[in-house]
Design a protein around this ligand. Structure first.
Ligand SMILES: Nc1ncnc2c1ncn2[C@@H]1O[C@H](COP(=O)(O)OP(=O)(O)OP(=O)(O)O)[C@@H](O)[C@H]1O
Length: 263
């Protein structure tokens, strides 16, 4: 069943058509990747789903809800969580505190209840801590639980950002370049986690990624874009061998980083 549907969406920045009549859907339980050369419009599609931008034309629905009638603040409440190309965490807070921020959409007790720390607020806090501890175990973050983000290596921050998104218990996880800046080993770990997020947690994943090894290893379907337009959609192998995709990547060398397709 289709979870996210984007239909004939167009977005212009002045005279530049950043997303040109793009349609796609992400099914429940699927890992869907967007690939394409720099400036293809991949992040802009994430920003449209996150409601940072209004499309000039088209429709975006999630789980049967019209997302275009909602604000960016409301998007997480539907079960859409996201990581960013430039990691966005609270530098002066611990890993645990950052992960607890991910629980925001599930908080029910009001400010007064929290100030006096009522039994209800106490029970709720225990529930949030338990959910966050599960994420810490899942991502092997035990050693970093009480460390400040500011002092952590880049690769660990990237995992914490993934953890914060997971702590919100999303239906759809948007991963913006999950492998960028990671070592080969860290990228391998990221591939395992994405697989487990899909198979064990049942969360759908949509990712923007340049590393075709990771894309091939974890994606069920891939869409290639260039200059805002769809070039091809299919398995990673189908997309990589598509003439329009090869043409778009010619000279960039990016598409040559292939891996083993699982789709
Ligand atoms: N806020 C903006 N204002 C004007 N132009 C923008 C804006 N954001 C993106 N663009 C332009 O829209 C086009 C698509 O950009 P986008 O960031 O979506 O590409 P991308 O495929 O994510 O690229 P990359 O792989 O480099 O991140 C580019 O030409 C970019 O310069």
């Amino acid at each position: 069943m289709s979870l996210l549907e984007i239909e004939n969406v167009t977005l212009r920045f002045g005279g530049l058509v950043a997303v040109d009549n793009v349609s796609l859907n992400v099914n429940e339980g699927e890992v869907f990747a967007l690939v394409g050369p720099n400036g293809a419009g991949k992040s802009t599609i994430f920003n449209l789903i996150s409601r940072f931008y209004d499309p000039a034309e088209g429709r975006i629905t999630f789980d049967g809800n019209d997302l275009l009638t909602r604000t960016s603040d409301q998007v997480p409440s539907f079960g859409i969580a996201r990581t960013f190309q430039n990691i966005e965490l609270f530098e002066q807070a611990s890993v645990l505190q950052n992960l607890l921020v991910g629980r925001h959409r599930h908080r029910q007790t009001g400010m007064l209840s929290n100030i006096v720390f009522s039994p209800k607020a106490h029970r709720e806090e225990l529930r949030h801590r338990a959910a966050v501890e599960e994420v810490i175990d899942f991502l092997n973050l035990q050693a970093y639980r009480d460390k400040m983000i500011g002092g952590l290596p880049y690769g660990v921050r990237k995992v914490v950002e993934l953890g914060r998104a997971l702590a919100s218990e999303p239906k759809l996880l948007l991963l913006d370049e999950p492998a960028s800046g990671l070592s080969v080993e860290e990228t391998q770990d990221m591939a395992f986690w994405i697989e487990d997020i899909q198979t064990q947690m049942g969360i759908s994943v949509m990712m923007v990624e340049h590393d075709m090894g990771l894309v091939s290893a974890v994606s069920n379907r891939v869409m290639a874009l260039s200059d805002g337009k769809e070039l091809a959609t299919g398995t990673a192998a189908e997309v990589q061998s598509h003439p329009a995709v090869i043409e778009a990547y010619l000279g960039t060398g990016e598409i040559s980083k292939t891996g083993t397709s699982r789709a």
